[in-house]
Design a protein around this ligand. Structure first.
Ligand code: GRF
Length: 199
C-alpha cells in the first residue's frame, strides 16, 4: 500500500515507518514525504532513505484554501493510498480530506479527547494527570476529533518536564504508529460514525 507521510518537524515517527517499510512483508511503502516546512528534519530522513520529498509551504500561497488544494495535489501525485500525518502541525482542510476520504490518519501525543491541539504534552503535564499517552485516529474536519483507531497509555513521572514526558510518549507513539499503519496497509480501514474497524 502506497503511503505518503506528512511531517513538520524532527520526523522520528517517520523514521520508525521508514525502518519498518524496508521489510516487504510490512505491507506499507512510504512513497513520498511532504512537509509545510522546508527545514523539517523529516525531509532529510526521507532523502537519506531515498524517498522522494516535496514542500508545500503556506507562505507560498495566497490563502489556506489554495495551500490545501496544492497539498492534496502534491500527495495525489505520489499516488497515496494512505496518508499518515506524523508531527504535521497544520490543519488539513475539506479540500484535502475530500481527496482522501477516511484515508488520512494522525498520531497525537495525548489520550484524546483529552488534550487536543498543538500542546497536548504540555497541557497533560500542567493538568497533573498520572497517565497520558498517544492516539492514532482518522482525521476529520476538526482538530484531533476524528474516530480513534488505537491508543497507548504512558505514565507521567514526578520529575517529568515536557521534554522528558514527550520522549517517553514518543517511544509508545512510534510503536503504535508502526503497528497500526502496517495493519491498515495489509488490510482495510473502515469508518462507521465513531467506530473504526481494521481487519
Ligand atoms: C509527535 O509526538 C506528534 O504526535 C506530535 O509532534 C511529535 C512529532 O514528532 N504532533 P516527530 O516529528 O515525529 O519526531
Amino acid at each position: 500500500r502506497r503511503v505518503v507521510v506528512l511531517v513538520s518537524g524532527a520526523g522520528s515517527n517517520l523514521a520508525a515507518l521508514l525502518a519498518a517499510h524496508t521489510d516487504r512483508r510490512y505491507g506499507a511503502r512510504v512513497v513520498g514525504v511532504v512537509s509545510d516546512n522546508p527545514a523539517a528534519g523529516g525531509l532529510d530522513m526521507a532523502r537519506a532513505a531515498g524517498v522522494p520529498t516535496a514542500v508545500v509551504a503556506p507562505r507560498d500561497f495566497p490563502d489556506r484554501a489554495a495551500w490545501d488544494r496544492a497539498l492534496a495535489q502534491t500527495v495525489e501525485v505520489f499516488g497515496a493510498e494512505l496518508v499518515v500525518s506524523a508531527g504535521f502541525m497544520r490543519i488539513l482542510g475539506a479540500a484535502f480530506l475530500d481527496a482522501f476520504p477516511s484515508r488520512v490518519v494522525n498520531t497525537h501525543p495525548a489520550l484524546l479527547p483529552s488534550f487536543p491541539g498543538a500542546h497536548g504534552v504540555r497541557d497533560a503535564l500542567a493538568y497533573g494527570v498520572a497517565v497520558t499517552g498517544c492516539t492514532l485516529h482518522v482525521v476529520d474536519a476538526g482538530v484531533d476529533t476524528g474516530p480513534i483507531i488505537a491508543q497507548a497509555a504512558v505514565p507521567v513521572e514526578p520529575d517529568d518536564d515536557e521534554a522528558t514526558l514527550h520522549e517517553r510518549i514518543k517511544v509508545a507513539e512510534r510503536a503504535l504508529l508502526v503497528d497500526w499503519v502496517g495493519r491498515i496497509a495489509r488490510g482495510t480501514l473502515e469508518v462507521d460514525g465513531r467506530r473504526v474497524t481494521v481487519r
